[in-house]
Design a protein around this ligand. Sequence first.
Ligand code: G16
Length: 543
Amino acid sequence: MQIKTLATQAFLDQKPGTSGLRKKVKIFQQPDYLENFVQSIFDTLTLPQNGVLTLGGDGRFYNRTAIQTIIQMAAANGFAKVIVGQGGILSTPAASHIIRQYQTFGGIILSASHNPAGPDEDFGIKYNTANGGPAPEKITEAIFENSKVLQAYKIADVPEIDLDGLGVTTIDGFTVEVINPVADYADLMESMFDFAAIKSLLASGFSLKFDAMHAVTGPYAKDILENRLGASAASLMNCEVSENFGGGHPDPNLTYAHDLVDIVYGKQAPDFGAASDGDGDRNMILGKSFFVTPSDSLAIIAANAHLIPAYKSGISGVARSMPTSGAVDRVAEKMGIDCYETPTGWKFFGNLMDAGKVTLCGEESFGTGSNHVREKDGLWAVLCWLNIVAAKKQSVEAIVKAHWGEYGRNVYSRHDYETIPTADANSVIMHIRDQFETLVGQRLGSYEVKTCDDFSYTDPVDGSISQQQGIRILFTDGSRIVFRLSGTGTEGATIRIYLEAYEPNVENHHLDAQEALQEMIQIALQISDLKARTGREKPTVIT
Ligand code: G16
């Protein structure tokens, strides 16, 4: 095997965002662009001699090409072995599990998550550490610094690997093992949940519709829901992985998962609906004509975790990202366990889980998970809900309403304004920051501003500090508005407005969230001057 060291020009735009480097495919296809970033990852780490690397992606366009390149670079940089999913496929939670199960040095996951795929769409790459979780900020920042001064990369002349056949290829002592991408993960799920109870629920006529959105969870859903749990083939939709995700936008929310939403809100709706995203870490949970917000989903899973075999002896603590509603805080308080508030990004949960401080974590961005892996996990969340429904023998809506009855309801919504010119989005954020002092104490309609700040987080485990993680306008009654710029888009900027009002009164629990938050929505628009500064009349996506 010949190893070459090739001279390269550094790119200055390889800064990882909320979850790795995401760019248009055309940018990744520039000569040396992918190679430079991969070399920057390897240069940042102290690579062990004869280490093993986990590798896989969500199956989107450019996945297979990138995998061959990364295999060649792993060989040149001293790895002894690469474990890769068949067809180049590994869902993000499955990749996390493979890293942990086979104790590999870490993994490279190729995904731009829920962003559309295809030659003119998005691609992404991120590095996960040996605990299975996304690299923390200190590593992603070091990768970025390396990328700006990189002068050469190493690549070996490993012949193209057949990704479609299972098995081991060895070239001069370097090994590539193509594994079944589903089996280990499906076994893990079977070990955690009461499959017998879910199986009887499905056999008893309880109907289910799962939408894989033409993305990576298709094969996982077929094995787990159909083969192992006996769901009918008709209960699964869009389960063939396609390189452009069927031309869709695999983001499991009320806007982009409209095929499923139409079914669940239509005549002859199933009892349960769920969808997952491009790389299988996000989830949306629906009952018959009923949407469960991700924040409520986390709180309800926490409150009912004892019904799930994996958590029957209790959970150590919970964590949520700052913009996620405080519903889970109320559950934690009642259970007498700690609740941590972190910045947006799953990477912030890793330390808490490794230190045993939390078992369950969740984010408003349709991510929920636990310490079984170090990524959020879409199908895990679906199984949590099926397990809870099977144990409680109640509908999804009845479970949510009973929860609101006990804890009150954190009425919640997020409004996204996508593809805003970056300068306009920055001007909105600066404009809000400029009002921090004047807003405090002001009465805006029925709300009075208590404090405004930029959220900052000190990691309780390693003491690292992350600043400017979103602007919070906190009202005296506990309601709040949060403004943040997304860190995952690839075109312009996305302004996210998160709205939350606490409603203790069960009588008002029928209210539509948009209706209930109407006044707060107007206040957010007024404070941000968003319409005038961006020319946008309404949000692109409401969840
Ligand atoms: C990623 C991160 C999540 C984060 C989400 C939204 O999800 O893993 O932790 O909540 O992005 O981030 P932002 O608001 O910055 O766009 P995914 O599913 O895209 O990997």
